[in-house]
Design a protein around this ligand. Structure first.
Ligand code: GSH
Length: 211
């Protein structure tokens, strides 16, 4: 299998971390969404990352779909990052809030990089990020367990951390992190794990036409 996309994307990184924790062998193509768009387009007409090329050459896109597929590949007994029953909905709820913050962060990055920035859109995205970070911080603070769902890491723990690192690095200073103590503690605990250190790339936006 081939995982396409750079690890400075919070979405690619969450997939790379999950596959590594599951012990799934994969090749990695650290292609930039803009600098390497032609290479990506050969596999994924949507030209987005992450994309996972399966052994039969079919291609999956979107981190949620890819994680669903890899949980399925390892099977219910080994899919320790997933959850079942009510915990599954609770986990997906937090994943969606965290991935949503990352989505709005990506919009803000593009708004800044590709045009001057429509104030109404920028302010809307910033409010969405700010308020959802506050929600996630309160949710994390309310849980006293090592990880969000007990003593075992979950997909929600991973995306919370990949999102926070992305927001901090791609939009430095735009959002005050000082009031987000629980999220910062969570992020530090994740980033200290060897898998987070190996599946990692400092943020860098490559503009179209650059390599
Ligand atoms: N919902 C998607 C979001 C993926 C996404 O936004 N990827 C960005 C890079 S971080 C991308 O490919 N941007 C280029 C584009 O949208 O054209 C997921 O969870 O995988």
């Amino acid at each position: 299998m081939l995982l396409i996309g750079q690890y400075d994307s919070p979405f690619v990184r969450r997939v790379g971390i999950a596959m590594t924790l599951y012990g799934i062998a994969f090749d990695h193509a650290p292609w930039s969404g803009f600098g390497d768009v032609d290479k990506i387009a050969r596999h994924n007409p949507l030209r987005r990352v992450p994309a996972l090329v399966l052994d039969d050459n079919s291609v999956l896109t979107d981190s949620f779909v890819i994680l669903e597929a890899i949980d399925d590949m390892v099977g219910p007994d080994r899919a320790f990052l997933g959850r079942a029953g009510a915990d599954r909905i609770a986990m997906l709820r937090l994943c969606a809030f965290a991935a949503g913050v990352a989505d709005k962060g990506v919009s803000l990055v593009y708004e800044r990089a590709f045009r001057e920035g429509l104030p109404m859109w920028v302010e809307r995205c910033q409010s969405q990020v700010r308020d959802t970070l506050a929600l996630l911080d309160a949710e994390r603070a309310a849980r006293t367990s090592e990880w969000l769902f007990g003593d075992q890491l979950s997909h929600a723990d991973i995306v919370l951390a990949t999102m926070l690192r992305f927001i901090s690095e791609a939009l430095p200073g735009m959002f005050a992190m000082s009031g987000l103590a629980a999220l910062r503690r969570h992020s530090e605990a994740c980033e200290a794990l060897p898998v987070f250190q190996s599946i990692c790339q400092p943020y860098q936006l490559t503009m179209p036409g650059e390599q």
